[in-house]
Every structure is written in structure tokens, then in C-alpha cells.
Design a protein around this ligand. Structure first.
Ligand code: UDP
Ligand code: MG
Length: 278
């Protein structure tokens, strides 16, 4: 069997309602491309029959290579993606969500800049987002903060649909814990890779609910700490907090100790991640 050039990785937590249509459309898209391709479904400890459905799918003849990883319990989207990266064989890796919010048909357009060496990573940019107003607002704030911090002109860093060279995925592996999938494009850009975005249509989730609750905002905030210190603006903010807190401690204000505590946690998380990066 020839080695596939494109590996599509799909993390799935309880997506049995979406899997049939997703699989049909993804295989069609991949089979229509002249490069060989494989699909890697990562079952993130689903409890709704996704795992069994995947087993059946693997027993049937398929027009493209289909592989699967089953995580023994739910470990989150970042861990699921990382398990997919670890076994992917393609020189180009594509990630996409199972809920079909970004049409799989955009895949060839997404990998084109990688094949022509114009970019190392391509992030889909959802146009006319079909999510709640609050989520769209939160995403706009998130992206604006990251643009300020990183100086990267990106608008939809957390879109689940992305394409990247295998080399970039390998370098990012050290960052793939907690919910860091949200930050991968800016981390890749900080590593020196050229990250571009490609506008894609967006549709509302037709089946099932979002798998992330409000805790996503807390996780995003905690993960932001180590990410922020990658840039001088983040380091400056850390220094300013430390200096202001030290002055407050000098003035015997309890707020100063709170600030110093936060600065210590901030630096601690950064050191924990950096030690895994190299
Ligand atoms: N997902 C996962 N593990 C989780 C949460 C989500 O594998 O703990 C998968 C999910 O099945 C989907 C993708 O990650 O394929 C994105 O999740 P979702 O659509 O719920 O996120 P949203 O679009 O609301 O950000
Ligand atoms: Mg979704």
C-alpha cells in the first residue's frame, strides 16, 4: 500500500449521529483528490455508540484508507488530536470536527497553499458564523487578544478545521496537553512557521450539542498563561503585574499577595510547558 499524502484527523466525542454523513462526504472528497489520503477517527471515550459504529466501519471495504484510535476514556479534544497526529502517515495533516459545521468539501482548498509551499499551516476562517451571539462575541475577543499579543493577522485561531505540514505537527506535540488545541496556530507562528487563513462557509450544528460547556472559558484562560509569555507583550504584562504587586505588598495591601500569587502561577505554567517544548 502506498503511503498516503494527506491524513485527515477527526476527534470525536459522542458523534454517532454525525458519523454516517461525515464519513460519506469525507471519503468522497479524499477519493476525488489525486493525492492518496487516509482518515483517522479518534474516539475520545464516547458512550453513545460511536465506538461500535467505528468498528463496523473498519470492517467494510472503503474507497480510501480508514483508521481509528480509541481512547479508553474521555481525555479531551487536544489529547484526541495528539493521538491522531502520533499515528498519521501523511506529509500533510488535516484536522476537522465531526459535526460538519465546516463542510468537508473545503479540504482541497485548505491543503493547496501547503502543497505549493506558500504556507506551513492553514487555518479555516468561518464566515457568517452560525453559533450563538455570545460564542461569536467571545471568539472575537479571544482572537483580538491573540492578534495583539502575537502580531499575527489571524481571525479564527480556534476553528477546528486546519491543515498543517507534518513537521509542524511534530514540533507542536510538546504543547498538546490540557486544551491547547485552541492556541496551536499562534504557537506555530511563534516557532517561525508561516500560518495563513482561508475563508470557509459555516453551518449550524445540525445534530447533537456542542461538547464543550462553559468550562471551556476557564480552560482557555488557564492555557492562555503559558502561551502569553511566548511574546514580549505577555512578558511585559507579567513584569508589570509583579512590579505592581511588589509595591502593594510594600504598602501592606493584601491585594499585592494575590497579584504575586497570580504571577507565580503564571510563570509556573509557562515553565511547565516550555520544558516540554524542546
Ligand atoms: N471533541 C472531543 N472531545 C471532547 C470535546 C469535543 O473529541 O472532549 C470533539 C467533538 O466530538 C467534535 C470536535 O471535538 O468533533 C469539536 O467539538 P464541538 O463541536 O463540540 O466544539 P465546538 O464546535 O462547540 O467548539
Ligand atoms: Mg462544533
Amino acid at each position: 500500500m502506498s503511503v498516503p499524502q494527506i491524513s485527515v484527523i477527526v476527534p470525536m466525542y459522542n458523534e454517532s449521529d454525525n458519523l454516517p454523513e461525515l464519513h460519506e462526504r469525507l471519503t468522497k472528497v479524499l477519493a476525488g483528490m489525486e493525492t492518496g489520503g487516509e482518515i483517522i477517527y479518534v474516539d475520545d471515550g464516547s458512550t453513545d455508540g460511536t465506538s461500535e459504529q467505528l468498528e463496523l466501519l473498519l470492517q467494510q471495504p472503503q474507497p480510501v484508507c480508514v483508521r481509528a484510535v480509541w481512547l479508553p476514556r474521555r481525555r479531551g479534544k487536544t489529547a484526541a488530536l495528539s493521538a491522531g497526529f502520533a499515528i498519521a502517515r501523511g506529509s500533510i495533516l488535516v484536522t476537522t470536527d465531526a459535526d460538519l459545521q465546516e463542510p468537508p468539501e473545503v479540504l482541497p482548498m485548505l491543503v493547496a497553499p501547503l502543497r505549493s509551499w506558500e504556507a506551513h499551516m492553514v487555518v479555516a476562517w468561518r464566515q457568517q458564523r452560525q453559533d450563538t451571539a455570545f460564542r461569536v462575541f467571545a471568539s472575537q475577543v479571544f482572537n483580538a487578544v491573540l492578534r495583539w499579543l502575537s502580531d499575527q493577522p489571524l481571525h479564527d485561531v480556534n476553528c477546528g478545521t486546519k491543515a498543517l505540514l507534518r513537521e509542524v505537527a511534530e514540533r507542536l506535540m510538546g504543547w498538546m496537553r490540557s486544551d491547547m488545541h485552541r492556541y496551536l496556530p499562534v504557537i506555530a507562528a511563534r516557532m517561525g512557521y508561516r500560518v495563513v487563513e482561508a475563508p470557509v462557509p459555516h453551518v449550524a450544528r445540525r445534530r447533537g450539542r456542542s461538547r464543550f460547556g462553559v468550562s471551556r472559558y476557564l480552560r482557555a484562560a488557564v492555557d492562555f498563561l503559558p502561551v502569553s509569555l511566548l511574546w514580549w507583550r505577555g512578558r511585559f504584562a507579567w513584569l508589570a503585574l509583579t512590579a505592581a504587586s511588589t509595591i502593594l505588598v510594600g504598602l501592606r495591601s493584601p491585594l499585592g499577595w494575590v497579584g504575586l500569587g497570580l504571577a507565580a502561577v503564571w510563570l509556573g505554567t509557562a515553565l511547565a510547558f516550555w520544558s516540554r517544548t524542546r
